[in-house]
Design a protein around this ligand. Sequence first.
Ligand code: CP3
Length: 350
Amino acid sequence: MADSADQTAPFLAAAAGERAAHTPVWFMRQAGRSLPEYRAVRGDGSILQAIKQPDVAAEITLQPVRRYGVDAAVLFSDIVVPPHAVGFGIDVAPGTGPVADTPFRSANDLDRLRPLEPDDVAYVTDTVDILVRELSSDVPLLAFAGAPFTVASYLIEGRPSRDYRHTKALMHTDEALWHQLMERLADSAVTFIGAQLEHGARAFQLFDSWAGSLSALDYRRFVLPHSQRVFAELAARFPDVPGIHFGIGCDHLLVALYEAGPRIIGLDWRTTIGDARARLGDDVVVQGNLDPALVLAGRECALAGTRAVLADNAGHPGHIFNLGHGVNPDCDPDVLAAVVELVHAQTATT
Ligand code: CP3
């Protein structure tokens, strides 16, 4: 339940389009290999094993909050946790990403994708329970899941892909099976995010990282209805919880991603905030969008880029500062700390 302290959480104020004490900041992939303290506790082996240990996963989630003073904690988890948890046969190979030995190619493969039950991911909700106790009320915990298309692309390709040839072949050769798969993955995203919200996460992000590989026509025909259902079902169950929709290289899909029903649109660095507001309406709440490459280019470049993003936003209250994609493992944490400090200092209202 919201208490009065919630109203002052800068993330939640900005998410509601209201003026916050300062522009809130968090970074996609703020936990992870860029932090020495992460490498110290993470251990070897698959990240999915680390996610199964609630005390480890909670500690990793808290590390960037302590180090950077960011305005939100993002649960340490992964988009392939749900298919892994129902026994599809998918893992995350260090340095490569999600891999499935037997990719999804025919109707028989639906048998390996039974509906997700909250109990399948009890280790994730145990982690949420720890975090809700540990976090102060002005730093909300963010839930997330992969959007049906991006998760499908890993199940079907069996490994990270550049051209998504098997995924596109399936959608265009067996449209009925494609929609069945997407329905299951949409249900799974609702259950996964819903479980995290039931346990006290206060906002969520749906990652459709690779949707930008689709034409606008194919996105609307094969993907949008399913992502729309994810947002609609979550809005029905959690009417006060803001949702973010994010994809990379999605400028051509911007209107469609917003039509899916998020309260907040996540931008990569290619789209300006001004342009997004011109196309979606001045009230839209925007998250983004410093080019992560500028963080790698060093402190001066990162700070100049940060000022440019704030200028692009032009003082609009509905802005959540983030990178345009995840933190690169090679980035210098001190540069990110300086970005947070600059955003907070430049936008402080009290
Ligand atoms: O943002 C955070 O701090 C929370 C953690 C988080 C992870 N994965 C942990 C992780 C989040 C939000 C994700 C989401 C995710 N996972 C996405 C969507 C976001 C995006 O980057 O577009 C995608 C596409 C995945 C699938 C995935 N998992 C990839 C491509 C990789 C990287 C492979 C590699 O090693 O370079 C992973 C592994 C992974 N997930 C790591 C982390 C911290 C790094 C590997 C590790 O520590 O073992």
